[in-house]
Design a protein around this ligand. Structure first.
Ligand code: HEC
Ligand code: HEC
Length: 274
């Protein structure tokens, strides 16, 4: 009898376990079915835009002295309908967008590349620009990130020592270890790249000493001969060195001519707008 009861109790117990197990399995199955039914609806959200770009964000590592670059974003129409790209709007005048055609129609499955030219002259550090894309399928935003090497930085002690050396002889910047930063980068360059290599180190640097004038300040006269004289011969008694070969500087006459025509365009009497 006891044995019977025990067996009964056991089987009851087993029965209960089996039921809860079935209930659990059923709930799991129901959950699974729900997932299968819902999945297409859930993923049809904003993640699946009909226009698929190879990536929404690109980074370009600029080399020292580089002032512009080109990037391309490749787009594919993954929908069943034609999509027309109506507007492409870069966030600044420094970027030019060149679509393959206008209006840019993409048939189902068709792809194409959007070329972007970005100008970053006189910019340092990290530059982030966006391009707004407006199409019949809605808006999207592409991001361009450009990393521009900064001019080399010096600690306060080194700067003070260098200034002292230059006060004794302004032409010292073109000799010995000073030359690796102040003369060598100018070799073989003309115009804007030459300005960036030879002049920006003092005149555009964020860390420049207070006695160094901002060349973008408004100037009363636009005198090519004056620019040429200052660049070639320096300013006697100041830290502005003489750049001309004939003054033991690093620049040829042709390089100085190219600088003069660049600075006349670049600093035309108004402060340069960033
Ligand atoms: C590692 C690169 C480097 C070397 C080497 C170097 N300089 Fe410079 N120099 C700079 C930079 C960058 C600036 C702009 C100011 C700044 O960022 O500290 C500068 C600015 C200056 C200035 C303008 C004053 C100022 O502080 O803004 C003078 C003058 C100068 N340097 C002289 C010299 C002399 C002389 C030597 C050699 C004894 C020398 N430099 C070596 C990078 C260098
Ligand atoms: C070693 C640092 C240094 C470098 C490199 C340098 N300059 Fe200068 N520059 C100076 C200083 C300092 C002055 C201020 C002189 C003064 O007090 O009159 C100056 C003044 C000038 C002035 C006169 C501006 C004014 O409003 O009075 C011009 C123009 C000029 N520099 C152009 C250039 C050009 C172009 C280059 C590149 C070829 C260059 N500088 C490179 C330090 C430098």
């Amino acid at each position: 009898m006891i044995a019977l009861l025990k067996r009964f109790g056991f089987s009851e117990c087993f029965h209960a376990v089996a039921l809860t197990e079935i209930a659990r399995q059923f709930r799991r199955l129901a959950g699974l079915a729900l997932c299968v039914i819902c999945a297409p609806f859930l993923s049809a959200g904003p993640a699946l835009h009909p226009l698929m770009w190879d990536t929404m964000e690109k980074t370009y590592l600029a080399k020292m002295g580089e002032t512009s670059s080109e990037m391309a974003f490749v787009v594919t129409n993954r929908s069943e309908r034609e999509v027309v790209i109506l507007r492409i709007e870069p966030s600044c005048g420094c970027t030019i967008a060149i679509p393959p055609k206008h209006p840019w129609r993409l048939a189902p499955g068709e792809n194409g590349a959007l070329q972007l030219k970005i100008n970053f002259a006189d910019r340092y550090g990290e530059l982030i620009k966006t391009v707004a894309i407006d199409s019949t399928a809605g808006g999207q935003t592409l991001v361009m990130r450009v990393m521009i090497p900064e001019t080399p930085t010096l600690d306060g002690k080194a700067r003070l020592r260098n200034v002292q050396v230059a006060l004794a002889d302004p032409q010292a910047v073109f000799r010995g270890e000073c030359a690796q930063c102040h003369a060598a980068p100018a070799t073989g360059k003309l115009g804007e790249p030459l300005f960036r290599a030879a002049c920006a180190i003092c005149h555009v640097s964020d860390h420049r000493a207070p006695m160094i004038p901002d060349l973008a300040q408004p100037r009363k006269t636009q005198d090519a001969a004056l620019w040429r004289a200052i660049i070639a011969n320096g300013r006697f008694g100041t830290l502005m060195p003489a750049f001309s070969n004939t003054q033991r500087g690093p620049l040829t006459d042709a390089q100085i001519d190219s600088l003069v025509s660049y600075v006349l365009k670049r600093f035309p009497g108004e402060p340069a707008q960033p």
